[in-house]
Design a protein around this ligand. Structure first.
Ligand code: ADP
Length: 217
């Protein structure tokens, strides 16, 4: 489902964030991407979702070579993904429910169907009772759950998660990781980038370890 072959990623300015990366993530797999800060973990996830393109090598997603994909096809590809990245902030002037609803509104869902799905996603992350709250009134762990609900509300086949436990204390982090495992258990492909040793220990999943942009193990 996701296949990288001899992928290099050079950013403008010349820094090579990924070097000769080859990997396969099968449909339904749970995979961890580990490595120190700056190792290239976020870059790897961005290439998977076509947020960045490879400088050389091939990235194949669901049988499609991303280098040959027309730009008009990218939004359709992205709908296969749910993305939980730290820079995807919540909208603080909208309620929890409105935040989760938004991706469905943008995608043009029927409003009743969208509302039903948004509530189902909030229920899944245990926050239905807070649908009317503003994000600022929630704890860091709860805000992270809203981000997860927003990422899965369109029922993606693949969930890409970057540093999910960044600012959370250990108990919250365990709950969040358990939530990702539950998505994996219902068949979603889950790729989690983390430098948090506890996440790796809790999940005991296949691990791709990056060191200075290369697969080290
Ligand atoms: P990680 O997620 O493992 O911390 P990243 O993939 O974010 O690593 O970054 C890998 C390297 O690429 C870092 O040295 C970072 O500074 C660099 N980098 C990331 N994004 C950009 C960018 N948009 N432009 C230039 N350099 C970047």
């Amino acid at each position: 489902m996701i296949a990288f072959s001899h992928v290099h990623k050079r950013y403008p300015g010349g820094f090579e964030a990924l070097r000769d990366v080859s990997l396969v993530v099968d449909s339904g797999e749970l995979v961890l991407v580990t490595g120190h800060s700056g190792a290239g973990k976020s870059t790897l996830l961005k290439l998977m979702a076509a947020i960045e393109l490879a400088s050389s090598g091939t990235v194949i997603i669901s049988g499609q070579n991303l280098a040959k994909l027309k730009s008009a096809a990218v939004p359709f590809l992205r709908r296969r993904f749910g993305i939980v990245f730290q820079d995807h902030k919540l909208l603080y002037d909208r309620t929890v429910f409105q935040n989760v609803l938004l991706p469905l509104q943008i995608a043009g869902f029927d409003s009743r169907d969208a509302a039903r799905r948004a509530r189902a996603a909030l229920d899944k992350v245990g926050l239905l009772a807070k649908e009317k709250a503003l994000p600022i009134t929630l704890s860091g762990g709860e805000q992270q759950r809203v981000c997860i609900a927003r990422a899965v509300v369109h029922r993606p086949a693949v969930l890409l998660v970057d540093e999910p436990t960044g600012n959370l204390d250990e108990a919250y982090a365990r709950d969040i990781v358990a939530l990702f495992r539950s998505f994996h258990q219902v068949g979603v492909t889950v790729v989690i980038a983390t430098h948090d040793r506890l996440v790796a220990e809790q999940l005991s999943a296949r691990t791709i370890h990056l060191g200075q942009g290369r697969i080290a193990a």
